[in-house]
Design a binder for this molecule. Structure first.
Ligand code: ASP
Length: 358
């Protein structure tokens, strides 16, 4: 085991910046802004595609008109949740192993130190909005399953079938490949052609095989809010809850510091309280970029004794109260990106692959 650890290829790129510097260099596509006064308003999402841009433009309209970060992130998240083509979030999200879409979402308001979340919510397209209501209208933080649905309906949300045809077909294809020996198995003549996860090859247009979105914003008053919303891991066990609705895991916001959010395998993020950790790191003076990398490193360190070659699939995003940004992923073929919108317009910031397995 000792040898295995020392042989491990440990590829860790650090960002050469010192906390407290006034003007920070541009590294790997990041623009580090001046700290004095900070950048506000601003809004970011971990969705770095066209849909992410649309979401940012929607949130930005609210922010630039003096609206709150709390309201801007909801409208931005709703854009992604309501898109039937996005298979990772809200309506159109991939279902659990039983073919049922169960959504998780969390919300946090840095100004009032309040939070709300829903988990395993079925039949409602916009779980971020329900999480916001839990935050604003109850003394609780997390509602799950039937209770979350009852709460949503009480607030006028319409129960709908949120399993799209596209998501249903992907789920069926997955199920078909689960066994070559029973009725769900693939036809005999193609069994030998089957490879794990070949169902994705039948759906080449799908950008996200799993996924989540984090939306973080600072409004004109300098108040910070964030939300995380997801359909969770595809084909998860019925009732499984990921990190997204767990405050401190999939999301954390502190008005005095900044905000952080996570996507990727939620089990690792829950155990590491990764979003809280990132905010804590920023409080200690680390830049958002460094905080994202710190959290990834911390997770790898925890697994080192058990499996030195294990690199989970997390992607972290963070902002601090000055409007500096960070984004890092554990591994991958291309650098992670996120969408950012400020008064300078929309841009896609490229983050860093902090670690790379062998
Ligand atoms: N973090 C989500 C979960 O574990 C999934 C993802 O981000 O892909 O539910």
């Amino acid at each position: 085991m000792k040898n295995a650890i020392s042989r491990r290829k440990f590829f860790y790129k650090t960002v050469g910046i010192s906390a407290g510097a006034l003007v920070l260099p541009t590294i790997a596509g990041f623009k580090f802004q001046e700290k004095s006064g900070g950048i506000k308003p601003m809004i970011i999402t971990s969705h770095a595609n066209d849909l992410g841009q649309k979401a940012m433009e929607t949130g930005w309209e609210i922010l630039r008109n003096g609206g709150s970060a709390v309201d801007a992130i909801e409208k931005a998240a709703n854009v992604i949740e309501l898109d039937p083509e996005d298979t990772s979030v809200g309506y159109g999200g991939l279902p659990n192993e039983r073919g049922v879409v169960q959504l998780d979402a969390s919300y946090m308001d840095g100004k009032t130190y309040s939070a709300g979340a829903v988990a395993c919510l079925e039949n409602i397209k916009t779980p971020a909005s329900v999480a916001k209501l839990v935050m604003q209208h109850t003394d609780h933080v997390l509602l799950v399953g039937a209770g979350a649905l009852e709460f949503a309906k009480a607030w006028g949300f319409q129960e709908e079938n949120i399993l799209t045809e596209k998501a249903r077909k992907i789920w069926l294809r997955w199920k078909e490949e689960m066994s070559p020996t029973d009725d769900w198995g693939a036809p005999e003549h193609i069994q030998n052609l089957q490879k794990k996860e070949s169902y994705w090859r039948d759906f080449p247009d799908i950008e996200h095989h799993y996924g989540t979105t984090n939306v973080l914003a600072i409004d004109m008053n300098g108040d910070i809010a964030g939300c995380t919303t997801t359909s969770g891991l595809s084909f998860k066990l019925n009732g499984r809850v990921g990190d997204s609705p767990i405050i401190g895991a999939g999301l954390y916001v502190d008005n005095e510091v900044g905000a952080a959010g996570a996507t990727g395998r939620g089990e690792d993020v829950i155990k590491s309280c990764a979003s809280y950790y990132m905010v804590l790191k920023m409080k200690e003076g680390r830049a958002p970029q460094q905080a994202c990398e710190d959290a990834l490193k911390m997770i790898i360190e925890h697994y080192k004794i058990v499996n030195p070659d294990y690199y989970p699939s997390e992607k972290f995003v963070a902002i601090n109260k000055y409007g500096e940004t960070g984004c890092a992923t554990m591994k991958g073929n291309r650098n992670p990106q996120m969408s950012v919108m400020t008064s300078k317009g929309y841009s896609r910031y490229e983050g860093i692959i902090a670690f790379q397995g062998k």
